[in-house]
Design a protein around this ligand. Sequence first.
Ligand SMILES: [Zn+2]
Ligand SMILES: [Zn+2]
Length: 262
Amino acid sequence: MRVCNLSSGSDGNCTYIETEQVKILVDIGLSCKEICSRLAVLNVKPQEIDAILISHEHNDHIKGLDVFASKYKTKVYVHEHGIGAVYSKMKKALAQQFYQFGDFSFTINDLIIDNVSLPHDSVHCSGFIFENNKRKISIITDLGHTTDVILNKISGSALVYLECNHDVDMLRANPNYSASLKARILGKNGHLSNIDCAKALEYIIPYGTKQVMLSHISRHNNTPSLAYKTVCEYLQSKGIIEGRDVKISTASINISTIFKLN
Ligand SMILES: [Zn+2]
Ligand SMILES: [Zn+2]
């Protein structure tokens, strides 16, 4: 598997995953043009993309979907509870391009795709777990809190993209955010804080996670270095050492490290 995050955060989310037999995108929250130029960096043509999986209908996850899918006739996969909300935002993409999945895993060629429902203020939000050649990776963003079901599903993933959205004190002190917006982000169906991300990692790392990408980092209520520091210090206090037990990096709005898992 070759995996690369093309963009992460509230300005747009998109991750590219490739196996020997399949090339997919998870979310497409940048313009079609921008996605194509980032795929070109990976030497991938947009018409080679076999499928786009969508986590939920928020614009930072579907911005480029309508143009890309209609232009390149790409298949789009969305959970059965969220497909209506995503499709209602389309103008050009055809209904027959949309495929729904339920709460069970399915395959596209040699890629096994499992999903887990995430608590978020969208109609439905999916986290994804991918498996190929017995190597597992997970992409879990846009969730207000973790649950045992989520943590157990992603345990055993060699690579995890996990939301590390905000520093709680920075968000609370932000004068530009209304009280209601702060309550939304901090709520059970909002976004995952740095410390809650760290606690989730404390649980899953002993099951074999070797690489973590802190994802969907807020531009206004967090910084990559603060997210990294908070997570590493918390894990260190629990005896998990970054660099020794696990590697931790931050995802940004720019194309990030390409991971190869085989
Ligand atoms: Zn988002
Ligand atoms: Zn969202």
